[in-house]
Design a protein around this ligand. Structure first.
Ligand code: GLN
Ligand code: ZN
Length: 759
């Protein structure tokens, strides 16, 4: 009998139960016991949703993040948290979110993007003399819970190589810690062996990404050591996000009993893979896509599974998800408003489990045993190609008509910046913000009421216009130079456009965890994308009508809309990005026509979309940059194009940032000032730039002196005529009480600097 499993399941709960529990706990409206009760309940429900699998992953759930759980499991607690009671929630959440000890602010550990996904993990910190020891209480609690319920479980832990490589180390290279860490992993294997746990899944996504030449030595050493430590428990080594197809030796040589490969993101020809896996007891094939929401093409999956089964026999095969289902929404059955043409095409985590089980049956007892499902699947698959509206001849002809000149601005930066200086008079060091202002309870309530049709469109519009007027008045009063309307109308910078663009739908409960208790609802792009009518002009021109200062138009860029959506698979990412770019281009034109002369097109996901392996990067960067240019290059010389980027290390894509040809960019930089600016200097970055001078991710109010000294530092490396003054990112998640003094201090610092420079 072939086995069925998934690599991990979403954690937040179908109605975001984990989010609500955590936020109540943080606000102290529920206590430790109640949080535990709710967490147990969430885990039990997850397992029952997977009860048809022959192996259910456990310990893949987390109260905040699985990398932080690994930090706790191996006691890699950074020094500054060590005075807190060890192995407690207090210490755990302090690492995730920061805390105050004896009136002193203890900053949280850093967060970073989990490979090329929009999930953020907590970055481990390894100190120069780093020690590790196993702290298995939480793991044992979960083992007990699963055992008491009779779940056929398989614990999941991040593998040692990926754990080290994902961290920041004080040693010159992370593998310095490897032997110490392997002792702790060894203890884990001994413990699991003594508990008669048959399989342990060790996640090593890094092995799929690093070239074989770099990883082979350490991988062999690691798994030889671990193999010796285990007296009973077998290791299923899980790789994902890229294929192992060029790493044949690695698969063949590694002394692990089971190996998982991602069959969605890589081609594994059956004969080569089967040969490499000859010595393994179990080959897990990730044929059900963990990162998209389309129904599985059963024929396509069987075309991978059946030849493997012919060579290896079904007992050796495990049918699996390509990666953890963490990146998918939970259950399509909660959706009540998706069109009947599209709904049957979709599959969320719960439905994916069914697909895995079905495929397992097919290879165990032959495809005849699922003959009805196969023909039904085939029928639905054909229907996908004829969903009404999926192909728009107008969009196609616009794409066909794109010319090289559509990617290029009328004049080079030097020339147009002179024209812009004439048309919008701005002081030296212009001050501005990144777009959003606090999303107040009033706004959230009005939006919810509008969605439930409890208030009319007119009433909703009125609330938004009132909010925009307040935001404009505030900015006028504190004397910012370039104002924004505040994005009151947007629930989210991508979902908002997903609701308005044709070819996209949004969901009611399609939440995906972004970090901790934060979730997003990615739109689903199912057809050709285009804009039917203006999306932002009424709000922005209303804002402009209330002030004599310039109001910056605010749009989300094509790459970010693409990256933060679930996308169709019948056309290339590049084509989808160009379609979105044309829609944004239309919006840019309309903003320009309505008198807006500064337009910001945000691309925070530009870096995140960078493929994980170098061979694929140049092509991506080429179409990503072109998409931005397609959306922005047609404007008049006098129109100033801004872009904003965050969460990124930009060093490796600086040439592409230059190639955007944006007149002004703002970047998140308070945490990494030095490094980041160094790159911009080295490259002689020619455009204007606003390195964020205040960290909006923290509730701390920066003093005017702190901002002033950051600006002075910036001036040592960037020409004064190029410098803009702005926060790190949007202010949406902050409170008015925080942003009012912070922005006032920012403006004061810019004014002081102007005076001092002039003198
Ligand atoms: N304009 C957006 C905002 O201010 C940008 C957000 C982002 O970079 N993630 O909220
Ligand atoms: Zn940002």
């Amino acid at each position: 009998m072939a086995l069925s499993s998934c690599l991990g399941f979403p954690r937040i709960g179908p109605k975001r139960e984990l989010k609500w529990a955590l936020e109540k706990y943080w606000k102290k409206s529920i206590d430790d016991d109640e949080l535990q009760r709710r967490y147990d309940d969430i885990r039990i429900r997850r397992w029952s949703a997977q009860s048809t699998l022959s192996q259910v992953p456990i310990f893949d759930c987390s109260l905040y993040d699985h990398v932080l759980d690994t930090v706790q499991l191996f006691s890699a607690i950074p020094q500054r948290f060590q005075t807190l009671p060890s192995n407690t929630r207090e210490q755990y959440f302090a690492m995730a979110r920061g805390t105050t000890i004896a009136k002193k602010e203890i900053p949280a550990m850093d967060m970073s993007k989990w490979f090329d996904t929009n999930y953020h993990y907590i970055v481990p910190e390894f100190e120069s003399n780093q020690q590790f020891s196993l702290q298995p209480e939480h793991l044992l609690q979960e083992l007990d819970l699963a055992t008491s319920l009779g779940i056929p479980f398989r614990p999941v832990v991040l593998g040692p190589l990926s754990f080290l490589l994902l961290g920041k180390s004080q040693a010159s290279q992370p593998f310095t810690y490897l032997d110490a860490l392997l002792e702790a992993y060894g203890s884990l294997l001994q413990l699991l062996s003594s508990c008669n746990v048959e399989w342990l899944q060790l996640d090593e996504p890094m092995l799929a990404i690093l070239p074989e030449s770099e990883s082979m030595h350490y991988a062999m050493h690691t798994y030889e050591v671990l193999n010796k430590q285990s007296t009973y428990t077998k290791i299923l080594l899980a790789t994902y996000f890229e294929s192992l197809h060029d790493k044949k030796n690695l698969i063949y040589e590694l002394p692990v009993e089971g190996i998982h490969v991602d069959c969605i993101n890589g081609i594994h020809t059956a004969s080569t893979l089967a040969h490499c896996a000859e010595r393994k007891e179990l080959v897990s094939l990730g044929v059900v896509d963990g990162r998209n929401i389309w129904r599985n093409d059963l024929e396509e999956s069987l075309a991978i599974l059946e030849p493997m089964q012919d060579i290896l026999g079904h007992e050796k095969i495990m049918v699996n998800s390509s990666c953890s289902l963490l990146h998918c929404p939970i259950d399509i059955r909660l959706e009540s408003s998706i069109s009947k043409n599209i709904l049957p095409q979709m599959s969320f985590a719960v439905q994916k489990i069914k697909e895995i089980v079905l495929l397992t049956t097919a290879i165990t007892t032959g495809r005849e045993s699922i003959i009805h499902e196969l023909s039904h699947n085939e029928h639905i698959r054909k229907e996908r190609l004829s969903i009404p509206g999926i192909h728009s001849p107008d969009v196609q002809s616009r794409l066909d008509a794109i010319k090289q000149k559509d990617f290029v601005r009328n004049n080079p930066f030097e020339k147009r910046s002179e024209i812009q200086k004439e048309s919008v008079q701005l002081p030296l060091f212009p001050t501005t913000t990144i777009g959003s202002f606090p999303q107040t309870d009033d706004l959230r309530i009005a939006r919810a009421q509008y969605k439930k049709q409890e208030i009319t469109q007119g009433e909703y519009t009125e609330t938004l216009r009132k909010n925009i007027a307040e935001v404009i008045k505030f900015q006028d009063e504190i004397d910012l130079d370039v104002l924004v309307h505040g994005e009151a109308e947007r629930n989210d910078m991508v979902e908002y456009f997903g609701e308005l663009l044709e070819g996209c739908i949004t969901t009611e409960f399609g939440w995906v965890q972004s970090y901790g208790s934060r979730c997003v609802k990615p739109p689903i792009i199912y057809g050709d994308v285009y804009r039917k009518k203006e999306m932002t002009v009424p709000w922005i021109s209303w804002a402009q009508s209330l002030t004599t200062r310039p109001v910056k138009g605010m749009l989300t860029g094509p790459v970010t809309i693409l990256k933060w959506s679930f996308i169709r698979q019948d056309i290339s990412k590049k084509t989808i990005a160009y379609q979105i770019a044309l829609a944004i281009r239309d919006e840019v034109s309309d903003l320009e026509k309505s008198g807006i002369s500064i337009i910001q097109i945000d691309e925070p996901a530009l870096r995140e979309g960078l493929p994980l392996i170098p061979e694929k990067q140049a092509d991506y960067l080429n179409w990503a940059v072109n998409s931005f240019k397609l959306s922005s290059s047609h404007v008049k010389d006098s129109t100033q194009i801004h872009s904003h980027m965050c969460y990124s290390e930009f060093n490796d894509i600086i040439d592409s940032i230059i190639a955007l040809d944006a007149d002004v960019i703002s970047i998140e930089s308070t945490r990494s000032n030095m490094e980041l600016l160094d790159t911009f200097i080295q490259k002689k970055y020619p455009y204007a730039i606003g390195p964020g001078v205040y960290d909006i991710h923290s509730p701390v109010i920066p003093s005017s002196d702190t901002i002033y000294s950051s600006l002075n530092y910036i001036l040592t490396v960037i020409n004064s005529s190029q410098v803009w003054v702005n926060p790190d990112c949007g202010l949406k998640t902050r409170k008015w009480e925080e942003i009012t003094p912070s922005l006032a201090n920012m403006v004061a610092a810019a004014k002081k600097l102007r005076q001092n420079i002039v003198q």
